[in-house]
Design a protein around this ligand. Structure first.
Ligand code: FAD
Length: 237
């Protein structure tokens, strides 16, 4: 399956919400939009008056059937782009965007999949869950997500409704004490024939991948997207 790809265009900010602290959800009306597949991302480019530009990637949280493209941005205190998106952007603003992008971290809507996400790494997985719900195939997905607290987990209600295994590292949830994602969390979710999508910080992605391999999941079926420091996205003058 080849994934769609879009070039540079503009998007009008149709909605701004802050459903959880230190983050923002942006709903974008993308002009001349190319429909995306769940798991793909957009690049947002900011340009200052002196011509200085900075661009960063953001996964799409909305399913292909949504008329708007939804991004969910975690605000990093010293972040160049995330602080602007979280603090400054308002409905009616125009943003320069490129997308959809990405042909590897993409769910086809047909193959059984295990989704493993940490923190804002759940965003592309939410697009997969929403798409599965839209096409009546939530049965294809197994989901495990991790965050410090439930209040810090993006899309916590939707993920819980979809049956996600929710792992909290700083607070207990039911009978599960606070602890990091472990093999016992993933073991019940692993099934033959799955493609596995892992997304989160570099540390989370490395640990989750290691746990999966230890559980016997072939490395060849594991697809990883890391939201680490953006060394490859240096600002340009
Ligand atoms: C394919 C892809 C999809 C992504 N999707 C999302 C998404 O859906 N939501 C989202 O919030 N982010 C996402 N990211 C991360 C995003 O692209 C930026 O890296 C992030 O918003 C930080 O940019 P910034 O300009 O605010 O910070 P920068 O100015 O680049 O960095 C500020 C400081 O934070 C550190 N840093 C940078 N990125 C991170 C990070 N992710 N975690 C911890 N520390 C970091 C830097 O080393 C630096 O010290 C994605 C990244 C990729 C590659």
């Amino acid at each position: 399956m080849s994934a769609p790809a879009g070039g540079w265009t503009t998007a009008t900010v149709a909605g701004v919400r802050r459903p959880i602290a230190r983050s923002v959800e942006l709903r974008l009306d993308v002009h001349d939009r190319v429909d995306h597949l769940p798991g793909q991302h957009y690049v947002v480019r900011l340009t200052a008056e002196d011509g200085y530009t900075a661009q960063r990637s953001y996964s799409v949280a909305s399913p292909p059937g949504d008329p708007l493209v939804e991004l969910f941005v975690e605000r990093l205190d010293d972040g160049e782009v995330s602080t602007y998106l979280a603090d400054v952007v308002e409905p009616g603003d125009e943003l320069e965007v490129r997308g959809p992008i990405g042909g590897w971290f993409v769910w086809d809507g047909v193959t059984p999949a295990l989704l493993v996400g940490g923190g804002s790494g759940v965003v592309p997985l939410v697009a997969m869950v929403r798409h599965a719900r839209d096409i009546g195939r939530l049965d294809l997905l197994r989901v495990a997500v991790s965050a410090r607290t439930l209040a810090a987990l993006p899309y916590a209600d939707e993920l819980a409704e979809a049956g996600a295994q929710i792992v909290l590292t700083r607070e207990a949830r039911g009978i599960r004490p606070a602890s990091r994602l472990g093999g016992m969390d993933l073991f019940p979710l692993v099934e033959p024939g799955q493609t596995v999508f892992v997304c989160g910080s570099t540390g989370f992605a490395t640990t989750a991948t290691q746990l999966l391999v230890e559980l016997g999941v072939p490395a060849t079926v594991i697809r990883v997207e890391q939201f680490g420091p953006s060394a490859l996205e240096l600002p340009k003058r």
